[in-house]
Ligand binder design. Sequence first.
Ligand SMILES: *[C@@H]1O[C@H](CO)[C@@H](O)[C@H](O)[C@H]1NC(C)=O
Ligand SMILES: *[C@@H]1O[C@H](CO)[C@@H](O)[C@H](O)[C@H]1NC(C)=O
Length: 202
Amino acid sequence: MSFVKLLLNICLLGTFLQEIHGQGMMITPVSRSSAWRFGFPVEQNFNDDDVSCGGDTQFFQNHGKCGECGDDYAAVRPRPNENGGIYGTGVIVKKSNFTMKVKVKLTTNNLGTFKFHVCPLNQTNSLETEECFNKYPIILSDYDNLLSYMYQIPNFQTTFNIEIQLPRISCKHCVFRWTYETTRDLYGRQRIFRNCADITIV
Ligand SMILES: *[C@@H]1O[C@H](CO)[C@@H](O)[C@H](O)[C@H]1NC(C)=O
Ligand SMILES: *[C@@H]1O[C@H](CO)[C@@H](O)[C@H](O)[C@H]1NC(C)=O
């Protein structure tokens, strides 16, 4: 192979690999950005499978930080996917007891892990915080990940039904959060996708 050809192939491979990154969304409970697809009276986000901390911005400008609900960290709060933001209008999409089946759909599966958290909001306008989510990590009651806080993506399937255990709190307005951390890309970065959904826990 000539040097030029080799170089060209490397360039093509680079472009190809850059385009493979995980994408997806939480279907149950349906995320704020996707709720319109299920008839909820909310703003439509057509890029609802790509709520990913601002994409490359996360690494180039925000030192790896990500908004509480998956927005560009540099945006002013409430960010678009947060309570009070464009997509975060507080419309409750699910009422659940302490066991819940979460459904996630990936449009591109790049392996990695899922984690779930919940945060009770105590006032209509209060903002989700990392401190609050960290107080309520979600434990899995899923067969292969029993009592774990982390769901390891086992293969290249695209739809996931995961049984989880909600914390023993009841709340009229709780924020349920899905975090997808992909495996490392060529540059050693792990992309993060995050969705928040508004639920009631009884
Ligand atoms: C919780 O809700 C699910 C789904 O509605 C139901 O199947 C289950 O029996 C409920 N569990 C309890 C303890 O109420
Ligand atoms: C709401 O109240 C609960 C219980 O005191 C607390 O754990 C949680 O952090 C509060 N939520 C926020 C967003 O501060």
